[in-house]
Design a protein around this ligand. Structure first.
Ligand code: NDP
Length: 312
């Protein structure tokens, strides 16, 4: 059975930064890329808040650079996903989707988060036929069309504004009577003439022959003036937050009610299992930025190195 000193699970900014630090500390890290190599940033357009790129950089390019940098310093980056872990005793065992089991002295869990869906059947029915959870990936297909975005946070407002630059009209479906987004983002959204915010609205379903042609809405659900009506749309975008990818670790590592890891130290990367560390969005309900994810990947790799040194 293969045995590695440091296994990094995930290939977003936290995973690659962990791999760069671990490789330079002679831990010969193996990175298992996961289902979305490069992570969520590969689905964004331009990134202007990652230091070092005065003119911005595309998410894809940034992640490609990180991958190349990790490989150049000695990380072994592999495609595949982790389906099971056994942290009962050292060496820890990690099972991949091809059935292979790797023994690990340390593990850095940097599995990120995945976009949430409402949970209605029509989302599945029309997936790829007008339903999307990534405006920057799929917005292009809705030029001059009518779309709806669900959510009232920063992501929803950002996506609504982005889509408004392409589409003819954007409905923003918000379940509360107010937006949760930052003040600046709220102002920008409310001032955009192409965006119509539908406060106190919920989605009941979608309709259309072979693709999305409209949405069934309910206004002020449960109130005396509850109203059901349909709106014609071509695209339906979910922007209601993310679910941390922590499920397969839950019997070993503590999570909060949403599924974010609750780290065991002030640095935010140690866990109750010695030698197992967490990094990036899967352990961060607050910041969820590329730069904070990268920073925690660095911390996790440094902790892994210290842990291994202390065992010698
Ligand atoms: P949030 O958790 O902030 O917002 C989720 C939104 O979706 C809320 O309006 C919520 O409604 C709504 N929602 C959740 N579930 C449902 C549902 N079942 N039906 C209808 N609506 C639902 O997530 P975001 O992804 O927007 O943001 C996450 C974090 O990332 C935040 O801290 C945010 O500030 C940050 N961020 C920052 C950006 C920036 O600075 N440029 C860009 C994007 C994100 P309700 O309010 O009723 O709970």
């Amino acid at each position: 059975m293969e045995r590695v000193k440091c296994l990094v699970i995930g290939s977003g900014p936290s995973g690659y930064t962990a791999a760069i630090y671990a490789a330079r500390a002679n831990l010969s890290p193996v990175v298992i890329e996961g289902m979305q190599p490069g992570g969520q940033l590969t689905q964004t357009t331009i990134i202007e808040n990652f230091p070092g790129f005065p003119n911005g950089i595309t998410g894809f390019e940034l992640m490609d650079n990180m991958r190349k940098q990790a490989v150049n310093v000695g990380a072994d980056v592999r495609s595949g996903s982790v389906v099971e872990v056994d942290f009962e005793e050292t060496p820890y065992k990690v099972t991949l989707d091809d059935g292979k089991v790797i023994e690990c002295d340390t593990v850095i869990v940097a599995t990120g988060a995945t976009a949430k869906y409402l949970g209605i059947a029509d989302e599945t029915k029309y997936q790829g036929k007008g339903v999307s959870a990534c405006a920057t990936c799929d917005g292009f297909f809705f030029r001059k069309k009518i779309v709806a975005v669900v959510g009232g946070g920063d992501t929803a407002c950002e996506e609504a504004n982005y889509l408004a630059s392409l589409a003819a009209k954007v409905y923003l479906i918000v379940r509360k009577p107010y937006l949760r987004a930052s003040k600046a983002m709220q102002d920008r959204t409310l001032a955009n003439p192409k965006i119509e915010v539908l406060f106190e609205h919920n989605t009941e379903g979608l309709f259309g022959e072979n693709k999305v042609e409209g949405v069934h809405l309910v206004k002020r659900k449960g109130e005396a003036d509850e109203k059901h009506y349909d709106v014609a749309i071509d695209g339906f975008f979910l922007a209601i937050g993310h679910k941390p990818n922590s499920d397969i670790f839950k019997s070993y590592l503590a999570t909060d009610e949403t599924g974010y890891f609750v780290p065991g130290d002030a640095g935010g990367v140690r866990t109750v299992v010695p030698g197992v560390f967490v990094a990036g969005d899967v352990a961060d309900p607050h910041y969820r930025q590329a730069i904070t994810a990268a920073a925690s990947g660095c911390k996790a790799a440094m902790e892994a190195e210290r842990y291994l040194s202390s065992k010698q």
